[in-house]
Each structure stands twice: as C-alpha cells, then as structure tokens.
Design a protein around this ligand. Structure first.
Ligand SMILES: [Ca+2]
Length: 303
C-alpha cells in the first residue's frame, strides 16, 4: 500500500543507505552480482530484471557490467520497462553508469514507465544497477545491447573516451554526416586530441572535421580541419562540445581517431591560478596547402 510505503520510507531509507554505503565502500561489484546481474563480455547480450517477464523481487540489488571489445562503444536498448514510479526514483530504479566502475559518471536514473530508450556509451563499458525496495513491484525491464564499431555520432555522457571516423582504421564512406555531442561533468571542461594518423582529403572544403565550443553549431567554432596534418589538441570552455564530420560523394578515403578527456574547470583552483597568468585567448587562422594543392583552412585556439 502506498500509505505504508510513505510511513516506512524513512526507516527503509536508513537501511538502504547502509547497504549502498557498504557496496560503494567495497568497490567490488561482485558483492551484489552474486545476488543478480553479472558480467557480459562480447559483442551483444540481453539483460533483464530478476524473474522477468514476471514482476521483479522486492529488496533486490543487481549490477550488470557490459564489456564490448576495446575501442568500441555499446548501444543499450530497453525493449520493456516498468519500474515502480517515484518522483526521484527513490523506491525502485535502474541506474546506468558510463563506465565500468561504481564511480563512473551516471548517465541517468530511471523508473516508472518512461523507457530510457537507447543509451550509447562513451567507452567500451557500461554498468547498470537495479534496485528495488521492500514493497510494490513493477513488471520489470529487459534490454538488449550490442557493441558498435562503426558508430557515427551520438550523445556521449562521459569523462573520457574515443571517437573515430566510420570504418576506422579503414577508409570512411562517402556522404558521411556524423555529429557527436560530448558532455562531461558540470563545471569541468573537455580536451580532445587527435591521433597522429589523420587523413581527410581536401575536397575544396567539402570534407572536414569541425569542433564547436558548445552543444550545437550556433556555438563558437573552435576549429575546422582537413588535410593530412593532425589538428592540435582542442579545449572546450564548458562541459560540452560538438564535433561534426562531413564528407560528400567525392570519394571514400582516409580517416581519423580522437580521444577526449575531462579537464579541470575554470573554477577549479589549479586552473584559476593558470588563468591568472594567461589573461587572454586569441584565435589565429592560417592557410596550409595540402598535397593535392587545394587550400585547407585551419583555426586553432591558443591559451
Ligand atoms: Ca518497490
């Protein structure tokens, strides 16, 4: 009964705090994998709540660790979702973490009947935690996952990871339109660095990687790159950036790979000291000629 739940919620909250703290302290997900959940390593799999398609058990604590091959990402798609509803998912919940440890950033915590839909990881690991309290069970959930080596674009909630042109390290296809939005913790910044091997043939400005200092193309352009010279490391001035990769029908060739990581935000002490020494930003642009003889425009922001 709902009334009983509210009456006893504080008592259960204390109990839950205890068990969660214990789980966090141990940093050993195997502790609750022994109850339900597990490690799935490979290129695809299915996870579901205990007893699915029957309602899940009360007082469950399950954790699934999904591991795709190195360098790939994971697409997790919920095909069924019914978890006891609560305003802040304080009773039963599915929590998805972007990485393989309990301290990985949380992508989201879900309950009710609004399915999380499809979640894309920022690296080759995802951790899914399921928790239910002492009363009222929903129908549960089921989700399928696949490793993605040819991914093109997406919204990545992650503090680090890597992205690359489709089919990397083989040639990328024609008519590519990829858009990645990378989001890390609020108040932090991002740095993105390209591999030394960088090949985007200059097709009179039709092939390029563009990086924006924010979530969309209305944000300031940090750089637009093509040719065979790897761009310099690029830093965002907030916790998100947009990277576009555009090709046309000219031909399929080359490719690139870039890794990103979270850096300290401007309100962090270390960067504040640095910022006091360097009090300005300036943008320079230069024209570099590629082997094909076309002009390829580079911008870079320097601190
Ligand atoms: Ca419940």
């Amino acid at each position: 009964m709902q009334f009983d739940k509210i009456k006893y919620s504080n008592w259960w909250k204390r109990l839950k705090w205890g068990s969660q703290a214990q789980a966090n302290t141990s940093l050993n997900i195997l502790n609750f994998i022994s109850v339900c959940g597990g490690v799935q390593q490979g290129e695809s799999g299915i996870i579901s709540s205990p007893n699915y398609p029957q309602p899940y058990n009360s007082s469950s604590l399950c954790s699934w660790l999904l591991i795709a091959p190195e360098g790939q990402t994971i697409n997790l798609t919920f095909v069924a979702f019914e978890i006891e509803s609560h305003r802040v998912c304080g009773w039963d919940s599915v929590t998805i973490l972007n990485g393989g440890s309990p301290s990985s950033p949380v992508i989201g915590q879900y309950c009710g009947t609004a399915s999380p839909g499809t979640i894309q990881s920022g690296s080759n690991q995802l951790l899914i935690n399921f928790h239910s309290d002492h009363s009222i069970q929903g129908g549960g959930f089921q989700a399928t996952w696949t490793a993605d080596s040819l991914g093109c674009g997406g919204i990545l909630h992650s503090e680090n990871g890597a992205i690359r042109s489709p089919h990397w390290p083989q040639n990328f296809p024609r008519n590519t339109r990829c858009s990645w939005t990378i989001i890390t913790h609020e108040s932090k910044h991002l740095e993105i660095a390209f591999n030394a091997s960088f090949q985007i043939p200059d097709s009179n400005g039709q092939y390029y990687v563009a990086i924006y200092d924010g979530p969309d193309i209305a944000s300031p352009l940090l750089g637009k790159f093509c040719g065979d010279v790897s761009p310099p490391a690029i830093k965002s001035s907030s916790n998100n950036l947009l990277l576009l990769f555009i090709t046309d029908s000219f031909g399929a060739a080359g490719g690139w790979r870039a890794s990103f990581r979270e850096t300290l935000g401007k309100h962090d002490n270390q960067v504040y000291m640095f910022a006091k020494k360097t009090t300005y930003l300036h943008t320079r642009s230069l024209h570099l000629s590629t082997r094909q003889g076309f002009l390829c425009k580079f911008f870079s922001v320097e601190t």
